[in-house]
Design a protein around this ligand. Structure first.
Ligand code: UTP
Length: 308
């Protein structure tokens, strides 16, 4: 069966971005000028996904409005003959989007469970807004291509530094069936480095079969007292094969403040309108910072010399 549907969970509390996320979903925070969720929707469309369900929490309105037509704005831009801006505003409206609400943020597994009726009896993709992925072939499409061959769930993974395993779901791999496609013994949520079975971490793209839903329905809360998608996938792997696809492209983690800043700078450096100014600014800032460092070092050296 062809994969046609994607689910984007966007109902988390976004506590790492408070106070910005007090009244706004973190998925609406922009990288330069585009909300992160728009990058995810674009990846889905570029992968050939036809229907997208966004699981939202209390801050649902801005997401819905973003992908809806804004006639007043469109008219104003037409009157001002701002056709470039008009194009930007209109390009978010021609998408088959559906919304459902997760009443309580009980975890990623619980958010995915809300998609049960939308998904029905089809395979589907789960895409998290925390990770922006760049590759010639979009990562979701890579998973969909794998599904065409295996008809099995496939989870995207990537090598992470060993000391970071406790931030991720980690796989215990069991050999490769082809280059970059792993059999998996088990999926472990956030293991400490001394017990982590590998450095291959689950990143924010999953291709799942609908058999995940009865598992999620009966799953007890796991790490952080939340219904964990990783735990459900580990159970699924006991009754049908679940593969892991190693991602070799570039991943931008926008889920925390530093990752978000870094991504904004990297995307700014290729943004046609601001890249030249940003390069000049960064060079100027770098010079200032290195001058400051030199002054501090020479002060420190003088104080030490006096002490001796
Ligand atoms: P995160 O754990 O990164 O998001 O979940 P969060 O909980 O919003 O962030 P912090 O840790 O408090 O800063 C990964 C994705 O799953 C969604 C989030 O919106 C995010 O896109 N999610 C998480 C839900 O939709 N519902 C949940 O109950 C939990």
């Amino acid at each position: 069966m062809k994969v046609r549907k994607a689910v984007i969970p966007a109902a988390g509390l976004g506590t790492r971005f408070l106070p910005a996320t007090k009244a706004m979903a973190k998925e609406m925070l922009p990288i330069v000028d585009k909300p992160t969720i728009q990058f995810i929707v674009e990846e889905a469309l570029n992968s050939g996904i036809e229907d997208i369900l966004i699981v939202t929490g209390k801050a649902k309105r801005p997401i819905e409005d973003h992908f809806d037509a804004n006639l007043e704005l469109e008219m104003a831009l037409k009157e001002k003959e701002k056709s470039d801006l008009l194009k930007l505003v209109e390009e978010t409206t021609d998408v088959n989007l559906h919304f459902i609400r997760q009443s309580h943020p009980n975890g990623l597994g619980h958010a995915v469970l809300q998609a049960k009726a939308f998904v029905g009896n089809e395979p589907f993709v789960v895409m998290l807004g925390d990770d922006l992925m760049e590759d010639k072939n979009p990562l979701s499409k890579q998973l969909m291509d794998d599904y065409e061959k295996t008809h099995a769930s496939t989870i995207a993974v990537m090598d992470v530094p060993h000391e970071d395993t406790s931030k991720y779901g980690i796989i215990n791999p069991d050999g490769q069936v082809e280059k970059g496609l792993f059999n998996v013994n088990s999926f472990v949520e956030k293991p400490e480095p001394d017990v982590a079975p590998s450095d291959l971490a689950i990143i924010g793209r999953y291709l799942l079969t609908p058999e995940i839903f009865p598992i999620l329905e009966n799953l007890a809360p796991g790490a952080g007292n939340e219904i964990q998608l990783t735990d459900a996938i580990d159970i699924l792997n006991k009754t049908q094969r679940v593969f892991a696809r190693q991602f070799k492209g570039k991943r931008f983690d926008v889920g925390d403040k530093f990752g978000f800043m870094r991504t904004s700078i990297e995307y700014g450096l290729v943004h046609p309108q601001i890249k030249d100014d940003l390069v000049d600014f960064i060079i100027e800032l770098g010079n200032k910072l290195s001058q400051k460092k030199q002054v501090n070092e020479s002060r420190r050296n003088k104080t030490e010399a006096k002490r001796k």
